[in-house]
Ligand binder design. Structure first.
Ligand code: 5GP
Length: 119
């Protein structure tokens, strides 16, 4: 169900084959602006070295990098001034939840008053 395709759009961004508005990058992660932002700040945080299609596909051995990814997300949110206004970290898992790109990614969304409605 969550097969990984090396040619997915985020894999191409990681390889620099297509451009993105990158706000953070190190050896393990890349974070860039969502092309169709749904809030004043809408970033996508992505592991660079993991061929994982979805949060539903992670295994227990992924705990270390996934933990690092979550801590990094909170630091990026803080750096973008989102601590005061509040923000959401969202993994969409599966087409039923709106997942369209099957390379694991975390949405960092904020910069405005977010609806109390979750769905
Ligand atoms: P999903 O719906 O899979 O959870 O999130 C995928 C996100 O990737 C969407 O919010 C979509 O706007 C964004 N996206 C899709 N293609 C591109 C692209 O080529 N560049 C960037 N920066 N974002 C993209």
């Amino acid at each position: 169900m969550f097969d990984y395709d090396d040619q997915n759009i985020f894999a191409q961004i990681i390889k620099g084959e297509i451009p993105a508005d990158i706000v953070f990058e190190d050896d393990d992660f890349i974070c860039f602006k969502d092309i169709a932002a749904q809030a004043p700040t809408h970033l996508l945080l992505i592991p660079k070295n993991q061929k994982v299609a979805s949060i539903a596909a992670i295994q227990s051995e992924d705990v270390h990098w996934l933990g690092a990814m979550m801590i990094l997300a909170t630091n990026i949110a803080k750096d973008h001034g989102l601590n005061d206004s509040g923000y959401r970290l969202i993994f969409n898992s599966g087409e039923g939840a709106g997942q369209t790109v099957f390379h694991l990614h975390l949405h960092i969304i904020g910069g405005k008053k977010l609806s109390g409605q979750m769905v």
